[in-house]
Design a protein around this ligand. Structure first.
Ligand code: M6R
Length: 614
């Protein structure tokens, strides 16, 4: 959601900024803009509704020179997506320009005050108000830019990652962060600023992640300086980036989503590596070791998450209840944060998030902490806000996920939750040694079983062709496969725009069955396990109404094959580990259907990769 790129140095800023904005396209946006100070000291601002490519086409014959500049991709919050509301935004004199991710909640009150002082505004955005406020302070208090930004941010309520540039001082950029990530790359003789590391990684591995309420004063030829909002000098903590450029490129695949689906044998393995030791019967998870006693005594687990991560939490519910015999609640973070939830001292709260930046999940964590809860995180992005806000937890080692539709992050989350549940079971003695060890060995085999499913890609493409023109779809599953039905439906609707719903299979007759006719595809997980016979009955109910059945079955199954229109055979596994394998066909089917419908798979309309506003 919104992307920031800025450059200060001796190279041409424009190509670096544009390339960086393209790297951030995955975050979701509806307009793009850039501001550059050319060698004559003139400030040029170009902004366009639409894609970065449209901005590039617009700026083609314009002056794009300059060694300092800021660029932005905007996901509209205040004011519709149009050229005027796009960032960068000017101050009153047009000397300052600002780019901003986040929301200034009290912008209206500030705007009214500034209007009384003669300010006029061009856009409907909260961001423009901040540019005016900074300049107003700069002029009236006779302050340098860094101090004016600091003073302005002390008046602001809300969330921000900002970069400010002043035409009068082209060798300085000022950046600040609260509630929205910002990273500064330190090159040999230049600086890069971005909302994540992907625009920076090809230029430098030395980065500083700004912490909450920090302001960075970036000056050419000087060391990076950081102050907090209380004007206290902070020593920058320079870290080495551990991502490679290949991990954020498509590597020969048509889309990031397809690449990420195919990465799952590796990402599941990486999420277990060094943690799962089937031969010794150990699970070692560094980030939860300090909370072992809590795991032993916990009376309840509460999962907090949104979207696909919430579905992973639902899978976790079945796993923790089955393996560790502990009650579980799975909460939408957006609902939890606005309730007055009851948290007991023996509860463990686990927040799940790929990006680690989801605003609702972050707020829910803060609420849980304020009620005394121990909060653990399951995050994919190292150093993300959620990873830092939690007391401990485990990273999913899925690697950067660029496609907006989450795929490998889901299976990595389920992998980590499975390990946590098994570890908790061991600590509490709730599983027999033989079942525990069998599950550990079975977990080890999951990556190779995912490989087997990926080989079905051609068959899945053919099935996708049959259903690509559907208007509706139903996904069914029972037990631990029910959340996979929800995830399958979410994948299809978010990238192909086909209306799809996921249901526990038995719930179908309580309403959705009314939708079934000879045009309705019903995607069912009917693998062998305790619920198999029940699901077979549900399939018959669909067939009796002429619905089309596309079933994921255990390899060798004959009964479901006989009553289905299409079957997808997946390798046999423990029924509680089925989600890790059974979700793959649903991911591939959604992908192919979306491609066949001509949809933008990696950047579906209206969606953002990290949802940093509530
Ligand atoms: O980064 P998070 O895991 O916290 O994101 C949560 C949801 O926004 C995310 O899973 C979303 O539902 C995806 N588009 C699903 O594909």
């Amino acid at each position: 959601m919104c992307g920031i790129v800025a450059y200060l140095g001796s190279r041409e800023a424009y190509p670096i900024i544009v390339k960086g904005l393209q790297r951030l396209e995955y975050r979701g946006y509806d307009s793009a803009g850039v501001a550059l100070i050319n060698p004559k000291g003139e400030l040029n601002v170009y902004k366009r509704k639409g894609k970065v490519s449209e901005l590039v086409a617009f700026a083609k014959d314009k002056d794009i020179s300059g060694h300092v500049g800021i660029g932005h991709t905007r996901w509209a919050t205040h004011g519709e997506p149009n050229d005027v509301n796009s960032h960068p935004h000017y101050s009153q004199t047009k000397d300052l320009v600002i780019i901003h991710n986040g929301i200034i909640e009290n912008y209206n009150a500030i705007k009214e005050g500034l209007k009384k002082r003669g300010h006029t505004f061009l856009s409907q955005t909260d961001t423009e108000v901040l540019a005016h406020l900074i300049e107003d302070i700069q002029q009236n208090e006779n302050m340098k830019l860094g101090h004016a930004v600091l003073a302005a941010l002390n008046q602001v309520i809300g969330a921000y990652a900002i970069v400010v540039m002043d035409k009068k001082d082209p060798s300085t950029l000022v950046a600040a962060k609260k509630g929205s990530p910002l990273v500064i790359g330190i090159g040999a003789e230049d600086f890069f600023v971005a909302s994540d590391a992907s625009p920076i990684v090809e230029y430098t591995k030395n980065v500083v992640y700004l912490e909450e309420e920090q302001v960075a004063i970036i000056r050419l030829g000087h060391e990076l300086r950081i102050r907090n909002l209380k004007d206290k000098e902070i020593t920058p903590y320079v870290q080495k980036l551990n991502i490679e450029i290949e991990s954020i490129e498509k590597g020969g695949y048509d889309h990031f989503m397809l690449k990420e689906i195919y990465e799952q044998p590796r990402s599941v393995l990486d999420s277990m590596r060094g943690r799962l030791h089937a031969d010794t019967g150990d699970i070692k998870m560094g980030g939860i070791v300090d909370h072992e006693k809590k795991f032993e005594k916990a009376k309840r687990i509460i999962f907090l998450a949104c979207g696909t991560s919430w579905h992973a939490g639902l899978v976790g519910e079945y796993l923790f209840e089955e393996f560790a015999r502990v009650p579980v609640e799975v909460e939408y973070a957006s609902e939890f944060r606005y309730r007055n939830p009851i948290i007991y001292p023996d509860d463990i709260v686990i927040a799940i998030s790929q990006s680690g930046e989801t605003a609702d999940t972050l707020a829910a964590i803060e609420l849980a902490k304020s009620k005394g809860a121990t909060v653990l995180g399951v995050c994919n992005v190292v150093g993300s806000s959620i990873a830092r806000a939690t007391h401990g937890g485990s990273y999913t080692h899925a690697g950067p996920e660029i496609g907006v539709a989450s795929t490998k992050a889901f299976t990595a989350q389920v992998t980590v939750l499975t390990l946590m549940a098994l570890h908790m079971a061991k600590v509490r003695g709730t599983l027999s040694e033989s079942r525990y060890r069998a599950l550990l060995y079975e977990m080890e085999s999951i990556p190779s079983k995912i490989e087997v499913v990926l080989k079905l890609n051609d068959d899945l493409r053919k099935i996708a062709f049959t259903y690509k023109d559907s208007n509706n779809a139903l996904y069914l599953g029972r037990g631990v496969s029910f959340p996979v039905a929800l995830e399958g439906a979410l994948k299809l609707k978010e990238i192909s725009y086909i209306h799809a719903e996921g249901y526990p299979a038995a719930e179908m007759k309580h309403g959705p069955i009314a939708l079934i006719d000879d045009e309705m595809p019903v995607f069912v997980i009917a693998t062998k396990g305790a619920n198999y016979e029940k699901v077979v009955s549900n399939i018959q109910e669909v067939k009796a109404r002429k619905g089309k059945i596309i079933a994921v079955v255990t390899s060798g199954d004959k009964d479901v094959r006989a009553m289905s229109d299409h079957v997808i055979e997946i390798p046999e596994t423990d029924e509680f580990l089925v989600p890790l394998i059974a979700v793959i066909p649903w991911q591939l089917l959604s992908y192919h259907i979306a491609v066949m419908r001509g949809c933008n798979v990696d950047q579906p309309r209206n969606l953002a990769k990290s949802v940093t506003v509530e």
